[in-house]
Design a protein. Structure first.
Length: 230
């Protein structure tokens, strides 16, 4: 079976008088339903690799195939459509829209994708908030809930269009330890129960312990690719 994400010799170099190489010749396959944790020292290129895998940045060379589609062939609009339909993102900062209700924040990606009608969108947004333990909060604004709750809304939003992959960059970087454990177990469950692939970049050692696989980056190179499954 073909892997969901296939990276071959991915390299990202920032041009300039002194070019800076962020990621160098990284090759890896990520399968459906895998929970992958990318670790490594600060500045080793973890976020840069996640941005490439999440189609938020384009490689300088190398190839990336997502769900059988060579992403090199996609222009910027189709790349954005692919991100919206197939990928979900969770960042260290929640990036919820402050003037929107939690329900509307979760509904936004569905409205943009335009596959569902409004009643179905609202019903799904309600169901996602409930699933993330936020039933009864849909009418609130982001500033009216806690940081841990905001991050759960961000996860609900990331799930809105039933993504194949959730990419999370330091998703617990701003949270206390109890909220971190909660977010970690939610992502872990999603992966187990729904076969959603989860790729996280994290300094949190608990994430690596919970992962199926740990990728270690050093100076932009994939140093180790370790499966933690039996
Ligand atoms: N736009 C940029 N211009 C110049 N250098 C950059 C730029 N973006 C990233 N870098 C550098 O590239 C390297 C990789 O950055 P990246 O953020 O991917 O690392 P990281 O492993 O995620 O770091 P951290 O753990 O600190 O978040 C770092 O040395 C960083 O300073």
């Amino acid at each position: 079976m073909t892997a969901l994400l296939q990276a071959r010799e991915l390299t990202r170099t920032l041009p300039g008088d002194v070019p800076v190489t962020l990621v160098e010749r990284v090759s890896l396959d990520i399968e459906r339903g895998e929970f992958v944790s990318i670790v490594g020292p600060s500045g080793s290129g973890k976020s840069s690799l996640l941005y490439l895998l999440g189609l938020l940045d384009r490689p300088s060379s190398g190839s990336l195939v997502l769900d059988g589609q060579d992403t090199h062939d996609l222009d910027d609009n189709r790349l954005a459509d692919t991100r919206l339909a197939k990928l979900g993102f969770v960042f260290q900062f929640h990036f919820l829209l402050p003037e929107f209700s939690l329900l509307d924040n979760v509904a936004l990606p569905m409205r943009r994708l335009g596959r569902l009608k409004e009643p179905a969108i609202r019903a799904r947004a309600h169901a996602l908030l409930e699933r993330l333990g936020l039933q009864g909060h849909g009418h609130k604004r982001p500033h009216q809930i806690s940081g841990g709750q905001r991050q759960r809304v961000a996860i609900a939003r990331a799930l809105a269009n039933e993504p194949l992959v959730i990419l999370a960059d330091e998703p617990t970087g701003n949270l206390d330890s109890a909220s971190s454990a909660n977010v970690r177990s939610i992502l872990r469950e999603l992966c187990r129960e729904q076969q959603t692939t989860v790729v996280t970049v994290t300094h949190d050692p608990h994430f690596a312990e919970a992962a199926d696989r740990v990728l270690t980056l050093v100076d932009g190179h994939l140093q180790t690719d370790q499966s933690l499954l039996d």
